[in-house]
Design a protein around this ligand. Sequence first.
Ligand code: C5P
Length: 228
Amino acid sequence: MPKDVIIACDFNSKEATLSFLEKFTKRKPFVKIGMELYYSCGPEIVKEIKARGHKIFLDLKLHDIPNTVKKSMAVLKDLDVDITNCHAAGTSAMMAAAKEGLGNNAKLIAVTQLTSTDQAALTNQLLIDEPIDEVVIHYAKNAKASGLDGIVCSPHEAKDVHEYCGNDFLTICPGVRFADSASDDQKRIMTPKQAKENGCDYIVVGRPITQADDPVKAYERCVKEFLQ
Ligand code: C5P
């Protein structure tokens, strides 16, 4: 199972993104393109970053009726990315439809509960009474039964997800912070080293790298803690 650090390139322009990526001369990082960048630059930015030799996780978190998600995935499949996703909350029917639209053109993973959601928000706002870790495992099992390749979850949940869904089922984990960096709006966080010890397959790191004084140094620190 390949393990890697994915940089969340949450920028709002092509110029900012490419000038950021050009700093990485030694090793081309795995890049996550999320809503901010995709909505600002469209599919062209995906093609451009791919042409520069980066692997891509297209994080658009599709969540709609099954037919709409299927047709949208059928369009996205032509971008030939490595990983893309939808929300597990869209139900098994929607996840299966996403898989049908995408085919085997990329790994398809499901977002379980956002790492910014804590137990209080789950209980009081979403009216889900179960403990958050059980909700994540339940969504992971639904994703697996719907033919998906893995889930997005907090690093805290990676070990249990592997226990219930198998070691081949991918755990892609945002909510990663260095021991000495701000948590920002992330609630369920771990350091890269703890994420490695908890069995995460990929960690997704944004602001601790993109906002660092020296992003390459921050990325290398992350790679060292997580991969070595
Ligand atoms: O800056 P930071 O490290 O918090 O970035 C985390 C990235 O991972 C963001 O792009 C966010 O959209 C994404 N993400 C997340 N939680 C999820 C799924 C995606 O934080 N459950």
